[in-house]
Design a protein around this ligand. Structure first.
Ligand SMILES: NC(=O)c1ccc[n+]([C@@H]2O[C@H](COP(=O)([O-])OP(=O)(O)OC[C@H]3O[C@@H](n4cnc5c(N)ncnc54)[C@H](O)[C@@H]3O)[C@@H](O)[C@H]2O)c1
Ligand SMILES: CC(C)[C@H](C(=O)O)[C@@H](O)C(=O)O
Ligand SMILES: [Mg+2]
Length: 372
């Protein structure tokens, strides 16, 4: 298969982790005789520095003319620490999501058998957790009207949703549940917010079209607690933009690191794949950022194009790296010298030689030969 992939590495650790995902995709192309053509473009703080615009026109144009976008992360403390900054890196990402119509952001969360001891949560609580979060991505408070009074002392962000925006992601969530455990949990704040009451009404109506799927409701404050008390109760979580942002970072604790959580953002026409984490500025250039979220986002990209065998091979490589503790320090690897690049190298090697039980870690040099 031939795929044109726009790569937007972004800021901070974005370029480091995206380079690993790209490397892994190149290995897949080689093994399966695909042609993946990568074209890089600027987004985020780096784009503001170069052009004054967090999403330059040529970047948007490239994304609209490719089959898929592989996104790193954006954000820089110089903007985070300046509330009066007029242009911000995050505006670039939000505009990109809106322009590409990426209304559904799918964030899988699972507890890896080999990482059960890495989570601060008890093994008995997290073991077997497998959740798919469907986060609405182009509406709600992120995109409603923003106002600040003339004296600068009052500000507001409008949270607005239409029936159409709720319906289209709800259908995706119910369809996903049909091929999973058959349960959708709508996370909202319907006891307070009018917009959440619309979500409940519309989602309840749509549920009638999916009699094989059960629907329940949880207020977001309770959901945040349930996520760490009893995450196994969840199958598909359907929620609005901001609640989904918050609850998915919280859910990453189950896996052991946010550096493991990938995502796919899809719409009617375009698709973008990115880790759920940010630009983790403190880690830039240190080689300590976990690239697995980015690598698994590349696997989601392949799944989007029905390349399941290829995606599975990447996932097997990830599983193997975790099993062998070929991991960055966020997962307390027992080896101190496993960098971002070395994790990518290992998964790349695995893809070209998955059966090699003596995988020689040619790029890794662990200094021991009996770790398999
Ligand atoms: N999609 C995006 O591009 C995105 C997402 C979230 C935050 N941001 C931006 O990133 C910047 C930093 O935000 P933040 O510090 O709140 O969130 P962050 O996700 O960048 O980092 C939060 C913490 O998560 C951990 N972490 C994140 N990525 C990791 C990785 N790959 N490996 C290991 N550990 C990792 C680190 O402990 C880090 O301190 C801000 O400017 C923010 O706006 C961008
Ligand atoms: C950077 C920010 C705009 C973004 C969001 O809130 O959607 C991020 O937190 C994410 O989860 O992708
Ligand atoms: Mg977030």
């Amino acid at each position: 298969m031939k795929l044109n992939i726009a790569v937007l590495p972004g800021d901070g650790i974005g370029p480091e982790v995206t380079a690993q995902a790209k490397k892994v995709l190149k290995a897949i192309a080689m093994e399966f005789d695909h042609k993946f053509i990568f074209k890089e473009a600027l987004a985020g703080a780096i784009a503001i520095d170069k052009s004054g615009n967090p999403l330059p026109d040529e970047t948007l144009k490239l994304c609209k003319n490719t089959d898929a976008v592989l996104f790193g992360a954006i954000g820089d403390p110089k903007f985070d620490n300046d509330p009066s900054a007029k242009v911000r890196p995050e505006q670039g990402l939000l505009k990109l999501r809106k322009e590409l119509g990426l209304f559904a952001n799918i964030r899988p969360v699972k507890a890896y058998e080999t990482l059960l001891s890495k989570s601060p949560l008890k093994k008995s609580i997290i073991e077997g957790t497998d959740i798919s979060i469907y986060r609405e991505l182009t509406g709600g408070i992120y995109f409603g009207e923003k106002r600040t009074s003339e004296d600068g002392n009052t500000s507001s962000d409008l949270c607005e949703y239409s029936r159409f925006e709720i319906e289209r992601i709800a259908h995706l969530a119910f369809k996903a549940a049909q091929s999973r455990k058959g349960k959708v949990t709508l996370v909202d704040k319907a006891n307070v917010l009018e917009s959440s009451r619309l979500w409940r009404k519309v989602v309840t109506e749509i549920a009638l079209e999916y009699p094989d799927v059960s629907l329940d409701f949880l207020f977001v404050d309770n959901a945040a607690m349930q996520m760490i008390l009893n995450p196994k109760q969840f199958d598909v979580i359907l929620t609005e933009n901001m609640f989904g942002d918050i609850i998915s970072d919280e859910a990453s604790v189950i896996g052991g690191s946010i550096g493991l959580l990938a995502s796919a953002s899809v719409g009617d026409k375009y698709a973008l794949f990115e880790p759920i984490h940010g630009s983790y500025p403190q880690a830039t250039g240190k080689g300590i950022a976990n690239p697995i979220a980015s690598i698994l986002s590349a696997a989601m990209l392949l799944e989007h194009f029905q390349l399941f065998e290829e995606a599975n091979l990447i996932k097997q490589g990830v599983d193997k790296s975790l099993k062998l503790h070929i991991t960055t320090p966020d997962l307390n690897s027992k080896y101190s010298h496993i960098t971002t690049t070395k994790v990518g190298d290992f998964i790349e090697d695995f893809i070209s030689n998955p059966k090699d039980t003596n995988l020689n870690f040619k790029n890794i040099h662990l200094g021991q030969s009996t770790i398999i």
